[in-house]
Design a protein around this ligand. Structure first.
Ligand SMILES: [Zn+2]
Length: 136
């Protein structure tokens, strides 16, 4: 079957020879690339540079998919090394993100969620209770 637009042509789709690991690899590319769009949208919304936790989740999932492809599909040491360790900072960032979120204090007067280690509510100015989780 001939398709000049690059459709299904002798087992190829868009000039790519597909098999299971190729699908995993392309899925990894898709997830990995989508994180930049998520980060860009979040930054445009806040008018300052922000990295939402979704960015780190997409980085982690994308890396694991690409690492699987490198290990079992491509079986290439260069690609394996490229994705072998990058998941470590992604997990670390997710842990720090979670801790930071947990460290926020809810104002007892107006229920506004205040930044960690703040003494007064940013919305109503009420004194916040001492943070028992942080030392010193
Ligand atoms: Zn308040």
């Amino acid at each position: 079957m001939i398709d000049r637009l690059g459709g299904f042509t002798d087992g190829r789709f868009f000039w790519i020879e597909w098999h299971f690991w190729k699908v995993i690899g392309w899925l990894g590319n898709l997830v990995f690339t989508s994180r930049f769009i998520i980060q860009w949208i979040a930054t445009e919304k806040k008018k300052r540079v922000v990295v939402p936790s979704a960015f780190w989740w997409l980085s982690l999932v994308g890396t694991l998919l690409l690492l699987s492809y490198a290990l079992f599909g491509k079986k290439d040491s260069v690609f394996i090394f490229a994705y072998a360790f990058s998941w470590i900072p992604y997990i670390r960032n997710l842990v720090i993100h979670r801790r930071h979120k947990k460290a926020h204090t809810a104002c007892p007067a107006c229920a506004n969620v205040c930044a960690p280690e703040s003494n007064f509510c940013s919305a109503c100015g009420a004194k916040l209770p001492e943070d028992s989780t942080s030392a010193g």
